[in-house]
Design a protein around this ligand. Structure first.
Ligand code: PBG
Length: 350
């Protein structure tokens, strides 16, 4: 705040003898002046579908979370339950039976995500809004988001050969019924090639939610256990962003918007609230999603299990802070519980 403004405001406070606590004395008045609201239609629920299982199985590493068979009544039940609670958007991740160098199951017609999509469309039509994660780390034998290549610098993750695979995946996901493709591999130019491929194949109605500012984070640990997607050698620092950088996120976001992203994303969320704020203030007209990642979810879950935190209050406070920072959309493993708390009017227990 500028100094002049601060002076004027403080003299106003004196003139009217403002007592901030007057606006906090009851739930009604707190709700009246609340600056931030959470709404279930702004949540996206991640869903894992895995080949070769016949019933939902517990997700290793993500407490109270499940992995579903791609074509099962249980999957449809989960989506229906979410729809009833007002959560209408889903982000699908596939876990294949077999991995190879190229990640072929990511673009196979009968890959886990493609099977799940066709099944969901058959059972529920177009009412759930389906986002598909586009990456190969869970599908490749090496566990990287791009293709390794031997160069004079040793083994590197090659950008442009990876893009060819990404366009194949995008087309196969669009064919199977995706509403939005969500590329998460952080290759340069990925949004451009995906947009071009989709348009060329007649999928101009399919949107792109770009993982624009995705950081090389330790907080993806639980996800990698579930998706079996940890890199088998090296790390992801040559393609994911450096946690020391915030301004660089603006560059990534602008590039993605220029390349055709409809929605951009900052990931993780809680540790990058400053980046969420910066992106929102720089490009307020672009819908911004924030991914409250697996490690952030597990921290609260594990602390609550230990009796150190109240689970519901801690999660709601975390979700409010992500929204308050400037996210329009929140991808969270807690979406259903949060929607339930909102429905019951128990959303601000803190
Ligand atoms: C795939 C992908 C990852 C996540 C989303 N998409 C893992 C990674 O980059 O290693 C992480 C999500 C989470 O931790 O909840 N590239």
């Amino acid at each position: 705040m500028r100094i002049m403004e601060a002076n004027i405001i403080s003299s106003l406070f004196k003139a009217f003898s403002i007592r901030p606590r007057r606006l906090r004395f009851s739930k009604e008045v707190r709700d009246l002046v609340a600056e931030t609201e959470l709404t279930p239609q702004h949540f996206i629920l991640p869903i894992f579908v895995k080949e070769g299982i016949s019933r939902p199985t517990e997700a290793e590493g993500l407490l109270d979370y499940y992995v579903y068979p791609p074509t099962s009544e249980d999957l449809i039940k989960l989506i229906n339950e979410a729809l009833d609670l007002g959560v209408r958007s889903f982000l699908i991740f596939g876990i294949p039976k077999e991995k190879d160098e190229l990640g072929s199951r990511a673009f196979a017609k009968d890959g886990p995500v493609q099977q799940a999509l066709r099944y969901i469309r058959k059972e529920l039509g177009w009412s759930p809004l389906i986002f598909t994660d586009l990456c190969i780390c869970g599908y490749t034998s090496h566990g990287h988001c791009g293709l390794p290549k031997e160069t004079r610098r040793g083994t590197v993750i090659d950008n442009d050969s990876t893009l060819e695979i990404y366009s194949k995946i995008a087309i196969s996901q669009a064919e199977a019924g995706a509403d939005f493709i969500a590329p998460s591999g952080m290759m340069d130019g990925q949004v451009k090639v995906i947009r071009e491929a989709l348009d060329k194949e007649g999928f101009s109605d399919v949107g792109i939610m770009a993982y624009s500012a995705k950081y090389a984070s330790a907080f993806y640990g639980p996800f990698r256990l579930v998706a079996e997607s940890a890199p088998r050698f090296g790390d992801r620092r040559s393609y994911q962003m450096d946690p020391r950088n915030a301004k660089e996120a603006i560059k990534e976001v602008i590039l993605d918007v220029e390349e055709g992203a409809d929605i951009v994303m900052v990931k993780p969320a809680l540790l990058y609230l400053d980046v969420i704020r910066l992106v929102k203030e720089t490009l307020p007209f672009i819908p911004l999603a924030a991914y409250n990642v697996s490690g952030e979810y597990s921290m609260i879950k594990a602390a609550a299990k230990e009796g150190l935190l109240d689970e519901a209050s801690a999660f709601m406070e975390a979700l409010y802070s992500i929204k308050r920072a400037g996210a329009d959309i929140i991808i969270t493993y807690y979406a259903l519980n949060a929607a339930r708390l909102l429905k019951e009017g128990r959303e601000n227990l803190f």
